[in-house]
Design a protein around this ligand. Structure first.
Ligand code: SF4
Length: 253
């Protein structure tokens, strides 16, 4: 069954903008991205929106729908009250380029700051052996589609631009956790201390495990429970390990 929905879509650019009202037809089975495309096809040809797969796998169509960070392609219109306006705004934590498109380059800069996997010395690529538990952990984290909804939601940066230089955000702290818990990662032998890096370079201490990142993850990755909390435990263990403490004292002499 079709009906006429009231949409309020943020239109504007880096200099400012406002919500613009549209009345648009909604058909059974449609998602919010379908309606945005209908607007482009009918009354707002210049409405800017980033999208690609329309299947919840490319992570492009992130936005805020009625104030909640979501993928537009995975938000069914049937979930929303047809009597209420549907408010679609760009992600709030990143600078607006135009309309619903934001500049997410903050995330790419943070990605570059995380040292990549260091292949173990003396083990050929075909000789890697891992316990299924370790494989499963990496697989969960690698389901990430880099929609950056968790980065957008995290209160450490959402309304605190000043924290961005010192905080990598949940997506990239999860990357650090994945590599730090990877049984074949040879970073330590190569002189890379991922736990110290998490604390001192990627801002792990700013995270107070409120789980808002986990709540919005469209891949249902347990970011807080399975990545951030274990990484905190590992970093703290290292910091208060009496042998590490003794070693640092001896080194300082
Ligand atoms: Fe998106 Fe989840 Fe990856 Fe965060 S962890 S960028 S919410 S898929």
């Amino acid at each position: 069954m079709s009906y006429e929905a009231h949409f309020k879509v943020w239109r504007g650019d880096a200099d400012g903008g406002s919500l613009v009202d549209y009345t648009v037809t909604v058909n059974e089975g449609e998602v919010v991205l379908d309606i945005i495309h209908r607007l482009q096809a009918t009354e707002a040809a210049d409405l800017a929106v980033r999208w690609n797969c329309k299947a919840g796998k490319c992570g492009s169509c992130s936005a805020e729908i009625n104030g909640r960070p979501r993928l537009m392609c995975m938000t069914r219109m049937s979930l929303l009250d047809p009597a209420e306006p549907v408010v679609v705004t760009p992600m709030r934590a990143f600078p607006v380029v135009r309309d619903l498109v934001t500049d997410v380059s903050f995330n790419y800069a943070k990605a570059r700051e995380v040292p990549s996997f260091v292949p173990p010395q003396g083990v050929g690529p075909g000789e890697y052996r891992m316990q299924q538990e370790d494989v499963g952990r990496s697989q969960e984290f690698r389901k990430c589609i880099e929609c950056f909804l968790c980065q957008n939601t995290c209160h450490v940066v959402r309304d605190h631009e000043e924290n961005k230089p010192v905080f990598a955000g949940p997506r990239f702290l999860m990357r650090v956790a994945e590599l730090d818990m990877h049984p074949l990662d040879g970073a330590a032998e190569a002189g890379i201390d991922r736990k110290r890096g998490a604390q001192e370079e990627h801002g792990l201490g700013y995270c107070n495990i409120t789980k808002c990142c986990t709540e919005v993850c469209p891949e249902h990755i347990k970011i807080t429970d399975n990545a951030l909390i274990p990484l905190k435990e590992r970093a703290v263990d290292r910091k208060y390990d009496p042998l590490v403490w003794l070693g640092s004292k001896i080194k300082r002499r």
